[in-house]
Design a protein around this ligand. Structure first.
Ligand code: SAM
Length: 298
């Protein structure tokens, strides 16, 4: 399903996954007791005009009346929100959001004065995002700089050209990204992050130990939910399935001690009660690993 140099916009291919997760954030934000607040997510979903996701805003996919998928996105979003705020309080004044998609952290989070937030994604995604933000007169809460580049290409050159300073501590995130990269590009990504990170830099990653060999998302979802959360696409069809290093092993071996949490760990930490799930759904729910690592001195 994937090919070297393939492209997408916000309503096709990999772009639809960005729209999907924005939809889940919008639904979670509208919950009576939301774990996160993302007022921009719904603006993006409505502006993209994709019927399935607009319909989901009012009719989310449910399991026994529980909006499980938006709940999962709430945990994930809060993990990365807390990570960035903690890195900022530790002194990081630049953040790099890899594969930013419709992530609105530059507009949502309370960044310390002087923080620069770099958002990397493909040009078509960032153009759509900028248009919606402009149309809504959205004002970022940091010095937001977009870096339109493919993460399979020479993104470090584009990032440093945009003003990222490798000598200063950085907070990096790779959320909802790794399986969409070929193995070689993922391995190069971690090597480049390491090379561009001053001691005291921080990195948060969503990973999955079984990598791309996960079960077919659409089959599982259609078995348990009244509708497929991603509509016509199955995100797992867009995964690269080649071999790559496991960041949970690679990071500590390269001077980045790592803390690891599962979705269940996050739910416990955030006081979220999980429903009783069928085994195969529970396995899928608990497959992602949330890594937080800090670059030690050389
Ligand atoms: N991190 C965002 C979030 O959690 O809301 C977006 C996640 S979305 C599932 C995947 C994102 O990865 C999309 O925005 C897509 O454009 C981006 N992406 C995937 N492969 C990419 C590549 N080779 N170069 C640049 N961006 C890429």
């Amino acid at each position: 399903m994937r090919a070297d140099g393939d492209v997408w916009d916000i309503v096709t291919g990999v772009g639809l996954t960005a729209l999907g997760v924005a939809t889940f954030r919008a639904i979670e934000s509208a919950h009576t007791e939301p774990l996160i607040h993302d007022d921009y997510a719904e603006l993006f979903v409505r502006a993209a005009g994709e019927g399935h996701f607009i319909d989901m805003l009012t009719n989310p996919p449910k399991l026994d009346d529980i909006p499980l998928v938006p709940g999962f996105m709430g945990l994930r979003t809060k993990f990365f929100d807390d990570f960035f705020l903690s890195a900022a309080s530790d002194g990081a004044r630049q953040a790099v959001i890899l594969a930013a998609g419709l992530d609105a952290r530059a507009h949502r989070l309370d960044w310390p004065a002087g923080t620069v937030v770099f958002e990397i994604d493909r040009p078509e995604i960032l153009e759509f995002k900028d248009r919606v933000l402009r149309d809504n007169a959205a004002v970022p809460r940091a010095d937001r700089r977009t870096v339109a580049v493919d993460l399979r290409d020479d993104w470090p050159a584009a990032l440093t050209a945009a003003g990222m300073d490798p000598a200063a501590p950085t907070a990096w995130s790779a959320e909802g990204l790794l399986p969409y990269l070929p193995g070689a590009a993922q391995d190069a990504l971690f090597g480049s992050i390491d090379g561009l990170s001053a001691p005291g830099s921080h990195l948060a990653v969503e990973s999955a130990p079984t990598g791309a060999a996960s079960s077919c998302f659409a089959t599982l979802e259609s078995k348990y939910f009244d509708k497929n959360p991603f509509g016509a696409i199955d995100p797992t069809d867009l995964f690269y399935r080649d071999a790559r290093s496991d960041p949970e092993q690679w990071l500590p071996a390269h001077g980045w001690p790592v803390r690891v949490a599962s979705s269940t760990d996050l739910a416990a930490a955030y006081g979220v009660t999980l429903p009783d799930l069928p085994d195969e759904l529970e396995q899928e729910w608990d497959r992602p690993r949330y890594l937080a690592a800090t670059r030690m001195s050389d």
